[in-house]
Ligand binder design. Structure first.
Ligand code: PLP
Length: 393
């Protein structure tokens, strides 16, 4: 038997419909775009200055696999305070964005054939990364009946003796929802009972508007002994969204030392290390003034109101007010088209680029994801075009 030139894993890697829609939109260069999942702000000046200074000071060589000590320590300090528990630098691994943090988290917990529970809809790269490891993704539906929140009872129903990890994402891309503390406590208890790891993607943890936000690192499993801390988690964070640093590619994963230590070995064989100057900029992001973050979050909160008001005034559309992130998850099911067909028609006939809900999993059918990290003018123009589409149906 001859070997195929391309490995079965690479040949069957799931294509991203987000990327497909991006590529289609390239043919419409002046389309109004609500597709991009990143802040429309530039990186704050003091962070850029720290990166430039680091280059001028020749921090341009290889650095430690797990991240420079100053950054591991700054992240540990920030999250010890946020979570009110002791996080040491040894609990922190610095990564190329949250994407590589996810790679590490899955690498240390999942073996071929293991099952990984993921929400549907969710960030499509979860599916791809599980596939890359030869794992089996098991989807759990998240619907409006549950206020677009993943529920512990649905996770429980999907657990088998092959479950190695559960990926949760609160606040959620694309749903804009924040999970309830009670569900997190129950999922933590299930993790202890069944011996799986909770991989918690928390990259939008600072982009929460008017609800209480709880990290998996803050909960006590409902079944835990008094004083025991939950440690079957890997919490993923990023500088990308919080500090408008998507292109710097700096993220991290926090967890117990037995999970974190092997990640440095894996990094040696993957990329060796992140650039030291990027990491120095990240230290400045944490240790410098947080006013830019507060201003950006306030602006997303304000634009959310505009988006909610305009969308809910359009015949046939409905939008639950997102509690967090900069994504509107718009129910378009009354319009009767598949979300891909609708997104394509909006692009071709109205010069409006959106992401079809089905790009995030089968349960996303009947929805569009619209980004509101854009100007008021862009939100208004986009909503005018949706109105025009509604009028022409
Ligand atoms: C839910 C979620 N996780 C992870 C990422 C990746 O972030 P990073 O830029 O840190 O790799 C994104 C980016 O869109 C995201 O939406």
């Amino acid at each position: 038997m001859t070997k195929s030139r391309i490995s079965p894993m690479a040949a069957s890697y799931p294509a991203s419909d987000i990327r497909k829609m991006f590529n289609l939109a390239l043919d419409f260069p002046d389309a109004v775009k609500l597709t991009v999942g990143e802040p429309d702000f530039t990186t704050p000046e003091h962070i850029k200055a720290a990166g430039i200074r680091a280059i001028e000071n020749d921090n341009t060589r290889y650095v430690a696999n797990a991240g420079i000590p100053e950054l591991r320590s700054a992240i540990a300090g920030k999250y010890s305070a946020r979570w009110n528990r002791s996080i040491t630098p040894e609990n922190v691994m610095v990564s190329f964005g949250a994407m590589e943090a996810l790679t590490f988290a899955l690498d240390v917990t999942v073996a071929p054939g293991d099952e990984v529970i993921i929400p549907d809809p969710s960030f499509p790269n979860y599916m791809g990364q599980v596939h890359r490891l030869g794992g089996v993704a098991v989807s759990v539906r998240v619907t409006e009946n549950n206020d677009l929140k993943l529920r512990a009872e649905d996770v429980r129903a999907a657990i088998t003796d092959k479950t190695a990890a559960v990926i949760i994402n609160s606040p959620s891309n694309p749903l804009g929802s924040v999970m309830d503390r009670a569900d997190l406590e129950q999922i933590a208890a299930l993790a202890d009972e069944h011996g799986f790891t909770v991989i918690s993607d928390e990259v939008y943890d600072e982009m929460v508007f008017d609800v209480e936000y709880t990290s998996i690192a803050e909960v006590k499993p409902s079944t835990a002994e008094v004083g025991a801390e939950f440690d079957r988690f890997l919490a993923i964070g990023s500088f990308s969204k919080t500090y408008a640093m998507t292109g710097w590619r700096c993220g991290f994963v926090i967890g117990s030392q037995d999970f974190i230590a092997p990640m440095a070995l894996l990094q040696e064989g993957l990329t060796s290390s992140l650039p030291g100057f990027v990491q120095e900029a990240a230290v400045a992001a944490i240790e410098g003034p947080q006013t830019a973050v507060e201003e950006m979050v306030a602006s997303y909160a304000r634009r959310r109101e505009l988006m909610v008001e305009r969308i809910n005034a359009i015949e046939g559309l409905s939008l639950l007010r997102p509690a967090a992130t900069f994504y509107a998850w718009v129910n378009v099911s009354e319009w009767g088209l598949s979300s891909w067909e609708l997104a394509t028609r909006l692009l071709e006939d109205h010069n409006l680029a959106t992401i079809p809900g089905s790009a995030f999993g089968p349960a996303g059918e009947g929805y569009l994801r619209l980004t509101f990290a854009v100007s008021d003018e862009t939100i208004n123009t986009a909503c005018d075009r949706l109105e025009a589409f509604a009028a022409g149906r």
